[in-house]
Write a protein that binds this ligand. Structure first.
Ligand code: ADP
Length: 692
């Protein structure tokens, strides 16, 4: 029956250029994905950095603004304090002139005031023409003014009093420098308070004004100074500026009648101050955390990349391995659809991977006549039945329709989560193995036939010897009969009976000769190679005439012992007979040496007692043991080593095939062949055969 041929689709046209470009394109794609990933990371890092810098900068600016605002507020407060203080001082001065006033009384009052107000250098009482009436200097410092330098025409006093008269309120002179008689000098300012019949003039020391009238909280942290509108600094008090600090400046106009000055405060803070307050600290901490996370992420990505790389390597390795093995591999899902095949499998069945994976539940490599059985097998497998571990044999069909035997190993396909997702199968094409087995079987058979023929050759001489006896008997009976019959007269009645007896003897002898020849013929004739149930007795009976043939020649006595109730054996009769003959012949040949008192060959057949530790399989079958014992030369260690090697012999005319063939035959039947040394001499060979 010719196999159905499957339609062969033409291979898809793939231009050689496209094929050549494929690796280049794959490389480019890989490069692009790597580049994309790095670009995103760099972008993220830049953005985070920008955010960080902006936040820190904003926080710093906020802090600077806060410091500035605070300073301005403090300065404005200080100016209003100063104005208030000056106003109170002017009122105090005016109040001191109340009531009747003489020279001494004024001096006493002035002394009291000067003690209270350290900011005043001098108090003067002048008349309306500004002529001094009385004057007193502060007790807190050495005298600054010469009395004659403070006449009516003292320009600052004149200016202040002119203003005071014009406005009708206390007025001030612009600041002026008063050189000190002891060297150096100080900045001062005149206050003119108009009173009844004159004026009171108080001279302010600007430095003391700052220390006394401006709140000490302001002067402690920063430098506070009086500045003229043109920017000239008059006096300054407070802490000097530290190096590496940033200066904050705030100034306020002190608008006094007749005098204009600015109060200026210079504050400083360490810049850049990264942790000015909680906010910046918090922002910085978060930013540091963010950067740390970024670094960790980058590390993680690097580790991932390494793992990906390793994984790609492992995949490539696995693929190379799958592609290089000659074992076909196939994976199926739980519905029986093919999910994976390796190139070896595709080659085995002559179908492409796409065709195989496209195929339905019926696989295209199932021989049509067996598809039904395979479907059933697949259903059993999909139901979860475990296949035999040692694999099982099956037949697949190539795309060209040819069938070939395969050995299949199947195992459940378990995924990373430990659940079964299908079945994995490995296939070995065993056609070649089958061919070799067949070849070796044929060779073995030929070898056995040759061995048998060799045995026959050896027996030819025995045969001739054995046949001479009946032939001689036949000849003598024949000539005796002829004599009785005579040629020259009629045969007597008694003679007739004798002749009949002689002819019977002739027939008997001829039968005996025929038996001898038949037994040899039976042995040589190639019978069918089939196993059949044979009684052990029949096997022994078949070879016994041949054994005895040789035994007679060598003067050996043959003893046969068969135990009763032996089971029939399942065996190839011809081979087992040859086996028995071989062992018996070997035993007899071993005893073929001078000086032996008795030459006995013992052939025993007995059932094998089940071994106490025998496994269930062995016990299930019954076995029968054959043993052939001789009292011959025995087997030396050197001979034992090579005993079963083909063509090993110690005999000049031996072929050395006997024992190696014997072992093959026994093993083919599932039994075992071995030997033991006997005491005091000889060897026993034993082999087992299974009962039918
Ligand atoms: P062959 O009989 O042609 O020599 P065999 O394979 O039957 O080949 O035997 C190989 C050798 O094993 C023999 O030559 C002999 O030396 C030795 N041998 C076999 N059987 C016996 C035995 N019963 N006693 C002693 N030696 C034996």
């Amino acid at each position: 029956m010719s196999a159905p041929t499957l339609p062969v689709p033409p291979p898809p046209p793939v231009s050689s250029v496209a094929r050549a470009l494929r690796p280049v394109l794959a490389r480019l794609r890989l490069l692009r994905s790597v580049w994309q990933r790095w670009f995103l990371w760099v972008l993220l890092a830049v953005l985070v950095l920008a955010l960080l810098v902006t936040v820190v900068w904003l926080a710093g600016r906020h802090e600077v603004e806060q410091a500035q605002t605070l300073l301005e507020r403090d300065t404005a407060d200080a100016v209003s304090d100063l104005r208030g203080g000056l106003q109170r001082n002017a009122q105090t001065l005016r109040a001191s002139s109340a009531g009747v006033m003489d020279h001494d009384a004024w001096l006493a009052r002035a002394a009291g005031l000067l003690r209270e107000h350290r900011e005043w250098l001098r108090l003067e009482w002048r008349d309306s023409a500004l002529q001094p009436l009385a004057a007193l200097d502060t007790p807190y410092r050495r005298r600054v003014f010469e009395d004659d330098g403070r006449g009516a025409e003292q320009p600052d006093v004149v200016a202040a009093c002119a203003n005071a008269r014009k406005l009708g309120t206390p007025a001030y002179s612009p600041s002026h420098y008063v050189p000190s008689p002891q060297g150096g000098g100080l900045e001062a300012m005149e206050l003119c308070v108009p009173i009844e019949g004159g004026v009171l003039v108080a001279t302010y020391a600007l430095r003391e004004m700052l220390t006394e009238l401006v709140a000490p909280t302001l002067t402690r942290g920063q430098e506070v100074s009086f500045v003229e509108p043109d920017g000239t600094r008059l006096v300054a008090v407070g802490a000097p500026r530290r190096i590496g600090t940033r200066v904050f400046t705030a100034q306020q106009v002190i608008d006094l009648p007749g005098s204009e000055m600015l109060l200026r405060a210079d504050g400083w803070r360490a810049v850049p101050d990264l942790f000015p307050n909680m906010l910046t600290a918090l922002v910085t901490a978060i930013s540091i955390a963010l950067v740390s996370v970024l670094v960790l992420l980058a590390r993680d990505t690097r580790a991932r990349q390494r793992v990906e790389h390793d994984l790609a390597d492992a995949l490539a390795f696995r693929k190379a391995m799958e592609d290089s093995v000659i074992t076909g591999l196939r994976a199926r899902d739980l519905q029986g659809r093919i999910t994976y095949v390796n190139p070896a499998f595709c080659e085995m069945v002559g179908l492409s991977a796409e065709e195989l994976m496209r195929s339905d539940v019926d696989a295209p490599y199932w021989p049509t006549e067996l598809a039904h059985e395979y479907q059933r097998r697949q259903a059993v497998r999909m139901a979860g039945a475990l296949p035999p571990r040692e694999g099982f044999e099956s037949v697949f069909m190539h795309r060209d329709g040819s069938r070939f035997p395969v050995l299949i190993f199947e195992a459940p396909l378990i995924n990373a989560q430990g659940s079964q997702t299908g079945w994995m199968s490995a296939f070995i094409d065993i056609s070649e193995q089958r061919r070799i087995e067949e070849l070796s079987r044929a060779t073995q058979e030929r070898l056995q036939a040759s061995a048998r023929l060799a045995t026959v050759g050896e027996m030819a001489s025995l045969l001739s010897h054995e046949l001479t006896q009946p032939l001689a008997a036949i000849a003598s009976y024949a000539s005796g009969s002829l004599n009785l019959l005579g040629t020259d007269g009629p045969v007597a009645r008694v003679d007739q009976a004798e002749v009949a007896m002689a002819v019977r003897r002739i027939a008997e002898q001829a039968d005996r000769a025929g038996q001898v020849i038949r037994s040899v013929h039976d042995f040589v004739r190639r019978r069918d190679r089939t196993r059949e149930a044979v009684a052990p007795q029949a096997l022994v009976d078949a070879v016994l005439p041949l054994i005895e043939l040789q035994a007679r020649k060598l003067g050996v006595q043959v003893e046969v012992a068969l135990e009763p109730d032996l089971p029939r054996l399942l065996c190839d009769r011809t081979l087992v007979e040859q086996l028995l003959l071989n062992l018996a012949r070997n035993g007899m040949q071993a005893m073929d040496m001078p000086g032996l008192d008795e030459r006995v060959l013992r052939l025993r057949v007995a059932p094998v007692a089940p071994a106490p530790d025998g496994n269930a399989a062995a016990d299930a079958r019954r076995w029968v043991e054959f043993s052939v014992a001789d009292g011959g030369c025995g087997i030396s260690a050197a001979v034992e080593e090579r005993l079963f090697t083909p063509f090993f012999t110690t005999r000049a005319d031996g072929m050395g095939l006997g024992l190696s063939l014997c072992r093959t035959v026994v093993e083919q039947h599932g039994g075992a062949l071995g030997f033991e040394r006997l005491v005091p001499r000889g060897t026993v060979f034993r082999f087992t055969l299974p009962a039918a």
